[in-house]
Design a protein around this ligand. Structure first.
Ligand SMILES: N[C@@H]1[C@@H](O)[C@H](O)[C@@H](COP(=O)(O)O)O[C@@H]1O
Length: 303
């Protein structure tokens, strides 16, 4: 797993949006072979979405051959309610880009048969050949999507009862009134996220610092479901300085030094391409950083 630490949340968003665009371009998607992207809601990805819209408007990227699957949706909230995740995604991203509506997938929290809806969602992801890159955020209790503490780390898409802490945290979107916050949600499982070929998690703010520390300095634990990322073969967390407050200084230094060495190697690689050092030719950039060979694709990380 890689950890990239940026000065603030805007720098995190810039890094992640550049990365997503680079990954889509490198994949070179087509109608027959679209890029399948998993997406979150929440304040964490908001700046990323703004930046993706800007890049689209500037002609840097097209989403014509991108297929999306969102992580979760509240149960029982009308689809056009301003706080439904459906509204969030259309307001903040989809309506501003060229993605065909038929390529957007969101769970239907008003389906007659919620279990069937979840089963169908998993099926659709499979039919699309699985998710290439799952972008995610986390709650302060370390939950990914709506996989609250205690969720099975092998869980699939299902109905989930929200934890009191999450209801409280999300009440800011419902006039700070916890009675207005839905108590149930449909969510992809931890296993669904971990099946993606790559997982990228955004963690910003001091209120997520404990979760980040639990996620990377302690073991894989169902009480901090994002910690499952430790066993993912190709994953990355991008956080801001505030989110590192509970990490050991040693941990922060370690990941920063790894990134620095990596940049040096990339610099050397550029030199080698210009005829200087030759020993790094053919070494994959991600392998240099993590020791884990990434899945076959031209560029997987913009390091
Ligand atoms: N289900 C969503 C999560 O997917 C999201 O990661 C979390 C954090 O949201 P924020 O980024 O606003 O802190 O909120 C909700 O619980």
């Amino acid at each position: 797993m890689r950890l990239y630490i940026r000065d603030n949340s805007q720098a995190v968003a810039d890094y992640v949006s550049d990365y997503v665009v680079a990954r889509i371009k490198a994949f070179n998607p087509s109608a027959e072979r679209p890029f399948v992207l998993g997406l979150p809601t929440g304040s964490s990805p908001l700046e990323v979405y703004r930046s993706l819209v800007k890049k689209y408007r500037a002609g840097d990227i097209s989403f014509k051959h991108v297929v999306t699957f969102n992580m979760d949706e509240y149960v029982g909230l009308p689809r056009d309610h301003p706080e439904s995740y459906h509204s969030f995604m259309w307001t903040n991203l989809f309506q501003h880009i060229d993605i065909p509506p038929t390529q957007v997938h969101l769970l239907d929290g008003n389906a007659d048969n919620l279990d069937e809806e979840c089963r169908r969602y998993e099926e659709k992801i499979k039919d699309m050949g699985g998710i290439e890159l799952f972008l995610g955020g986390i709650g302060p209790d370390g939950h990914i999507a709506f996989n609250e503490p205690g969720s099975s780390l092998q869980s699939r898409t299902r109905v989930k009862t929200l934890a009191y802490d999450t209801i409280l945290a999300n009440s800011r979107f419902f006039d700070n009134d916890i009675t207005k916050v839905p108590k149930l949600a449909l969510t992809v499982g931890v296993g669904t996220v971990m099946d993606a070929r790559e997982v990228v998690i955004i963690i910003t703010g001091a209120h997520k610092a404990l979760a980040l520390a639990k996620c990377i300095e302690e073991g894989v634990n169902h009480m901090w479901t994002v910690s499952a990322i430790q066993i993912h073969p190709f994953s990355m967390i991008v956080c801001d300085e505030d989110a590192t407050l509970e990490l050991h200084v040693k941990t922060v230094k370690y990941f920063k030094s790894i990134e620095m060495v990596h940049h040096q190697l990339i610099g050397q690689e550029r030199m080698s391409l210009a005829g200087g050092i030759t020993s790094l030719k053919g070494v994959d950039k991600a392998t240099l950083v993590s020791g884990t060979p990434p899945p076959a694709s031209p560029i997987k990380c913009k390091n």
